[in-house]
Design a protein around this ligand. Structure first.
Ligand code: MG
Length: 242
Protein backbone atom coordinates (compact mmCIF):
# COMPACT_ATOMS: atom_id res chain seq x y z
CA UNK A 1 0.00 0.00 0.00
CA UNK A 2 1.09 3.55 -0.60
CA UNK A 3 2.33 5.51 2.38
CA UNK A 4 0.47 8.75 3.16
CA UNK A 5 3.57 10.85 3.43
CA UNK A 6 5.31 12.13 0.33
CA UNK A 7 8.66 10.50 -0.51
CA UNK A 8 11.33 13.10 -1.20
CA UNK A 9 13.74 12.14 -4.01
CA UNK A 10 16.10 13.79 -6.49
CA UNK A 11 16.21 11.05 -9.10
CA UNK A 12 13.92 8.34 -10.43
CA UNK A 13 15.46 5.32 -12.09
CA UNK A 14 13.57 2.63 -13.98
CA UNK A 15 13.90 -0.95 -15.06
CA UNK A 16 13.12 -1.30 -18.79
CA UNK A 17 11.23 -4.40 -19.98
CA UNK A 18 7.79 -4.85 -18.39
CA UNK A 19 8.26 -1.57 -16.48
CA UNK A 20 8.47 1.02 -19.29
CA UNK A 21 7.96 -1.41 -22.17
CA UNK A 22 5.00 -3.73 -22.53
CA UNK A 23 7.13 -6.68 -23.62
CA UNK A 24 4.46 -9.37 -23.63
CA UNK A 25 3.79 -9.27 -27.36
CA UNK A 26 7.48 -8.69 -28.11
CA UNK A 27 8.49 -11.76 -26.11
CA UNK A 28 5.75 -13.87 -27.69
CA UNK A 29 6.69 -12.78 -31.22
CA UNK A 30 10.37 -13.45 -30.57
CA UNK A 31 9.78 -16.90 -29.06
CA UNK A 32 7.39 -17.85 -31.85
CA UNK A 33 9.90 -16.99 -34.58
CA UNK A 34 12.50 -19.30 -33.05
CA UNK A 35 10.07 -22.06 -32.14
CA UNK A 36 8.63 -22.14 -35.67
CA UNK A 37 12.12 -22.57 -37.09
CA UNK A 38 13.20 -25.24 -34.60
CA UNK A 39 9.94 -27.12 -35.04
CA UNK A 40 10.39 -27.05 -38.82
CA UNK A 41 13.98 -28.32 -38.83
CA UNK A 42 13.38 -30.94 -36.11
CA UNK A 43 9.93 -32.12 -37.19
CA UNK A 44 8.90 -31.86 -33.52
CA UNK A 45 5.58 -30.54 -32.34
CA UNK A 46 5.51 -26.75 -31.75
CA UNK A 47 3.97 -27.11 -28.29
CA UNK A 48 6.79 -29.44 -27.22
CA UNK A 49 9.43 -27.06 -28.59
CA UNK A 50 7.66 -24.21 -26.74
CA UNK A 51 7.73 -26.14 -23.44
CA UNK A 52 11.45 -26.82 -23.79
CA UNK A 53 12.11 -23.21 -24.80
CA UNK A 54 10.18 -21.75 -21.84
CA UNK A 55 12.00 -24.06 -19.44
CA UNK A 56 15.39 -23.02 -20.71
CA UNK A 57 14.38 -19.37 -20.79
CA UNK A 58 13.52 -19.58 -17.07
CA UNK A 59 16.76 -21.40 -16.21
CA UNK A 60 18.90 -18.95 -18.18
CA UNK A 61 17.22 -15.87 -16.69
CA UNK A 62 17.64 -17.33 -13.20
CA UNK A 63 21.41 -17.55 -13.66
CA UNK A 64 21.68 -14.16 -15.42
CA UNK A 65 22.56 -15.65 -18.81
CA UNK A 66 20.92 -13.42 -21.43
CA UNK A 67 22.90 -14.40 -24.51
CA UNK A 68 20.33 -15.87 -26.89
CA UNK A 69 23.06 -17.82 -28.72
CA UNK A 70 23.55 -19.82 -25.54
CA UNK A 71 19.77 -20.23 -25.09
CA UNK A 72 19.16 -21.46 -28.62
CA UNK A 73 22.06 -23.93 -28.59
CA UNK A 74 20.80 -25.30 -25.28
CA UNK A 75 17.24 -25.64 -26.63
CA UNK A 76 18.56 -27.49 -29.70
CA UNK A 77 20.63 -29.74 -27.48
CA UNK A 78 17.70 -30.58 -25.18
CA UNK A 79 15.40 -31.23 -28.15
CA UNK A 80 18.10 -33.54 -29.53
CA UNK A 81 19.06 -34.24 -33.11
CA UNK A 82 19.29 -30.61 -34.23
CA UNK A 83 22.66 -29.33 -35.38
CA UNK A 84 22.73 -25.56 -35.67
CA UNK A 85 25.58 -24.00 -37.64
CA UNK A 86 27.04 -20.69 -36.47
CA UNK A 87 25.31 -19.07 -39.43
CA UNK A 88 21.93 -20.52 -38.42
CA UNK A 89 22.39 -19.40 -34.81
CA UNK A 90 23.25 -15.88 -36.02
CA UNK A 91 20.15 -15.86 -38.23
CA UNK A 92 18.00 -17.09 -35.34
CA UNK A 93 19.33 -14.38 -33.02
CA UNK A 94 18.60 -11.74 -35.64
CA UNK A 95 15.12 -13.13 -36.25
CA UNK A 96 14.43 -13.25 -32.51
CA UNK A 97 15.34 -9.59 -31.89
CA UNK A 98 13.67 -8.33 -35.10
CA UNK A 99 10.48 -10.10 -34.01
CA UNK A 100 10.87 -8.70 -30.47
CA UNK A 101 11.14 -5.16 -31.82
CA UNK A 102 7.98 -5.54 -33.90
CA UNK A 103 5.95 -6.16 -30.72
CA UNK A 104 7.69 -3.73 -28.37
CA UNK A 105 5.37 -0.98 -27.07
CA UNK A 106 5.85 1.77 -24.52
CA UNK A 107 3.21 1.72 -21.80
CA UNK A 108 0.89 4.69 -22.38
CA UNK A 109 1.77 6.36 -19.06
CA UNK A 110 5.53 6.50 -19.75
CA UNK A 111 5.96 9.63 -21.87
CA UNK A 112 3.54 11.84 -19.85
CA UNK A 113 5.17 10.67 -16.60
CA UNK A 114 8.71 11.30 -17.78
CA UNK A 115 7.72 14.79 -18.94
CA UNK A 116 6.13 15.53 -15.57
CA UNK A 117 9.11 14.19 -13.59
CA UNK A 118 11.39 16.35 -15.71
CA UNK A 119 9.27 19.43 -14.97
CA UNK A 120 9.59 18.59 -11.28
CA UNK A 121 13.36 18.88 -11.68
CA UNK A 122 14.18 15.20 -11.17
CA UNK A 123 17.06 13.37 -12.81
CA UNK A 124 15.93 10.32 -14.77
CA UNK A 125 17.62 7.05 -15.58
CA UNK A 126 17.37 3.44 -16.63
CA UNK A 127 19.11 0.48 -15.01
CA UNK A 128 18.45 -2.61 -17.07
CA UNK A 129 20.12 -5.95 -17.67
CA UNK A 130 22.01 -6.70 -20.87
CA UNK A 131 20.39 -8.54 -23.78
CA UNK A 132 23.45 -10.78 -23.71
CA UNK A 133 25.49 -9.09 -26.42
CA UNK A 134 27.29 -5.78 -25.92
CA UNK A 135 25.42 -2.87 -27.47
CA UNK A 136 22.21 -4.73 -28.27
CA UNK A 137 20.09 -3.44 -25.37
CA UNK A 138 21.30 0.16 -25.77
CA UNK A 139 20.46 -0.06 -29.46
CA UNK A 140 17.00 -1.43 -28.63
CA UNK A 141 16.31 1.47 -26.24
CA UNK A 142 17.42 3.92 -28.95
CA UNK A 143 15.17 2.29 -31.54
CA UNK A 144 12.26 2.46 -29.08
CA UNK A 145 12.86 6.23 -29.21
CA UNK A 146 13.33 6.93 -25.50
CA UNK A 147 17.09 6.87 -24.98
CA UNK A 148 17.52 10.64 -25.11
CA UNK A 149 14.87 11.18 -22.43
CA UNK A 150 17.21 9.87 -19.73
CA UNK A 151 20.24 11.37 -18.01
CA UNK A 152 21.80 7.97 -17.58
CA UNK A 153 21.27 4.52 -19.03
CA UNK A 154 23.15 1.72 -17.35
CA UNK A 155 23.15 -1.64 -19.09
CA UNK A 156 24.14 -4.07 -16.37
CA UNK A 157 26.41 -6.72 -17.81
CA UNK A 158 27.59 -4.37 -20.60
CA UNK A 159 28.54 -1.34 -18.49
CA UNK A 160 29.19 -3.34 -15.32
CA UNK A 161 30.63 -6.75 -14.51
CA UNK A 162 27.53 -7.95 -12.69
CA UNK A 163 23.86 -7.98 -13.73
CA UNK A 164 20.89 -7.22 -11.48
CA UNK A 165 20.07 -8.29 -8.76
CA UNK A 166 23.73 -7.54 -7.87
CA UNK A 167 24.19 -4.05 -6.32
CA UNK A 168 26.99 -3.04 -8.73
CA UNK A 169 24.82 -1.40 -11.44
CA UNK A 170 22.91 0.53 -8.74
CA UNK A 171 26.14 1.69 -7.08
CA UNK A 172 27.41 2.80 -10.48
CA UNK A 173 24.25 4.85 -11.03
CA UNK A 174 24.76 6.64 -7.70
CA UNK A 175 28.34 7.37 -8.68
CA UNK A 176 27.29 8.84 -12.06
CA UNK A 177 24.51 10.89 -10.43
CA UNK A 178 26.77 11.86 -7.54
CA UNK A 179 23.91 11.08 -5.16
CA UNK A 180 23.31 8.98 -2.08
CA UNK A 181 20.95 6.03 -2.18
CA UNK A 182 18.27 7.80 -0.15
CA UNK A 183 17.96 10.48 -2.84
CA UNK A 184 16.94 7.92 -5.43
CA UNK A 185 13.88 5.81 -6.13
CA UNK A 186 13.99 2.73 -8.37
CA UNK A 187 10.94 1.33 -10.14
CA UNK A 188 10.90 -2.22 -11.46
CA UNK A 189 8.48 -5.07 -12.06
CA UNK A 190 10.40 -8.07 -10.76
CA UNK A 191 10.83 -8.50 -7.01
CA UNK A 192 13.72 -10.96 -7.26
CA UNK A 193 15.70 -9.01 -9.86
CA UNK A 194 14.83 -5.38 -9.14
CA UNK A 195 14.66 -5.14 -5.36
CA UNK A 196 17.78 -6.65 -3.74
CA UNK A 197 20.51 -4.62 -5.51
CA UNK A 198 18.63 -1.32 -5.28
CA UNK A 199 17.98 -1.90 -1.58
CA UNK A 200 21.62 -2.80 -0.97
CA UNK A 201 22.53 0.55 -2.58
CA UNK A 202 20.18 2.31 -0.14
CA UNK A 203 17.51 3.26 -2.67
CA UNK A 204 13.77 3.26 -2.17
CA UNK A 205 12.17 0.65 -4.45
CA UNK A 206 8.69 0.47 -5.91
CA UNK A 207 7.29 -2.50 -7.79
CA UNK A 208 4.94 -1.71 -10.66
CA UNK A 209 2.21 -4.29 -11.07
CA UNK A 210 1.72 -4.00 -14.84
CA UNK A 211 0.04 -7.36 -15.44
CA UNK A 212 -1.68 -7.91 -12.08
CA UNK A 213 0.68 -10.75 -11.23
CA UNK A 214 2.37 -9.24 -8.15
CA UNK A 215 1.59 -10.79 -4.77
CA UNK A 216 0.22 -7.91 -2.65
CA UNK A 217 1.94 -9.50 0.38
CA UNK A 218 5.45 -8.75 -0.87
CA UNK A 219 5.72 -5.48 1.05
CA UNK A 220 5.52 -7.58 4.23
CA UNK A 221 8.34 -9.95 3.29
CA UNK A 222 10.85 -10.31 6.11
CA UNK A 223 14.02 -10.00 4.03
CA UNK A 224 14.31 -7.92 0.92
CA UNK A 225 11.05 -6.20 0.08
CA UNK A 226 9.92 -3.23 -1.97
CA UNK A 227 8.73 -0.06 -0.21
CA UNK A 228 5.49 0.04 -2.16
CA UNK A 229 3.52 -1.45 -5.05
CA UNK A 230 1.95 0.75 -7.72
CA UNK A 231 -0.42 -0.08 -10.56
CA UNK A 232 0.69 2.73 -12.86
CA UNK A 233 3.30 5.48 -13.08
CA UNK A 234 0.60 8.05 -12.30
CA UNK A 235 0.59 6.68 -8.75
CA UNK A 236 4.33 7.24 -8.58
CA UNK A 237 3.83 10.97 -9.26
CA UNK A 238 1.46 11.20 -6.29
CA UNK A 239 3.86 9.29 -4.01
CA UNK A 240 6.75 11.62 -4.68
CA UNK A 241 4.62 14.76 -4.72
CA UNK A 242 5.24 15.67 -8.37
MG1 MG B 1 11.61 -5.92 -15.99
Amino acid sequence: MAPNNVISVNAVLFDYDDTLIDAREARDNARRAVIDFLSLVSGLDKSHVLDVFMNIERQMEAIGQFNRRVWFREVASVLGGIRLSDHEVNELVKMYWDSWRSGSRLFSDVLPTLAKLRRCGLRLGIITNTDGEPGLKRDRIRKDGVYELFDLVIIAGDDTKHVKPHPEPFMKALQVLDMRGNEVIYIGDNVGIDVPGAKAAGMRVGIINRYNTVDPGITNYKDVRPDFIIQSLTELLQLIGC
